[in-house]
Write a new protein. Structure first.
Length: 262
């Protein structure tokens, strides 16, 4: 077994869990402190945190654009070099940076639900299944700091939507949440097609809405529904039980809390 050193980042290694644990602890402490403040204060804090994360995301992409090793690794697997049109915050894992401020400021439950249920899930997938250019390198590299820092914060900020009391999952919301997810996915699909047709980014595939890129679950759906975007629809068969289970946890917690207060 090789000793890579503590600063080398891989999914599920000691450094990965240490960073995650520290951020979860910060979320808990911040939630306890901020829940004593007004709703407006909690909203401002979450919006500011998302904007700071978005600024960090831009700086991270600037660093990527000047990283020859990243460019070489991407080209080695046939993904092409750095392209700004391919690095927009429109993936399932990072669209929260844009949606959280909008959802919080407009107080839209459907968008808040998306930010809570889907954003953290997408970011966790990115954290646990990184590309080769983000796996096994020192966390001190700008691209590693940017990639893991951005995705960890997106997870925490998505969870904060609920821990700060800005959104409470309810069963009656599930149909609207599913509709919102489908609308957002379709809008992103249209963006993909616009980029492809105009030549801005011929391989645009945000949300994996045009090509499966080898994703085993999407490959399965594509096998019996071989059409762009449409093969995403069966994903609701996974998302709905997941959201229902999380909502059930909140429902039970509220019932238990209500009994204690009585």
């Amino acid at each position: 077994m090789t000793n890579e050193g503590f600063l080398v980042m891989r999914p599920f290694n000691a450094l990965f869990f240490c960073i995650f644990a520290v951020l979860i602890l910060i979320l808990i402490v911040a939630s306890i402190f901020l829940n004593k403040k007004s709703v407006e204060t909690r909203k401002k804090v979450l919006v500011i945190a998302s904007v700071i994360t978005l600024i960090g995301f831009v700086l991270y992409k600037i660093a990527l654009s000047q990283d020859p090793e990243f460019d070489e690794l991407r080209r080695s697997v046939g993904m092409g070099g750095f392209n700004w049109w391919g690095e927009l915050p429109l993936q399932l894992c990072n669209v929260n940076m844009i949606l959280i401020p909008i959802a919080v400021l407009l107080d839209r439950r459907e968008l808040l639900a998306f930010c809570f249920f889907v954003g953290p899930l997408g970011a966790l997938m990115a954290l646990t299944m990184p590309g080769m250019e983000f796996n096994g390198f020192s966390i001190l590299l700008p691209r590693m700091l940017g990639y893991y820092g951005t995705h960890f914060l997106i997870v925490i900020e998505g969870l904060a939507v609920a821990t700060l009391g800005l959104y409470r999952p309810k069963f009656k919301d599930l149909p609207r949440i599913v509709l919102t997810i489908l609308i957002i996915a379709f809008v992103v699909f249209l963006i993909n097609m616009a980029m492809r047709l105009t030549g801005l980014y011929p391989s645009a595939n945000y949300f994996f809405a045009v090509e499966t890129e080898g994703n085993p679950i999407l490959e399965l759906f594509h096998s019996f529904l071989p059409y762009p975007f449409l093969y995403l629809l069966p994903c609701t068969l996974i998302l709905v039980p997941y959201m229902a289970l999380v909502t059930l946890g909140f429902y039970i917690g509220d019932r238990v809390r209500g009994k204690k207060e009585n």
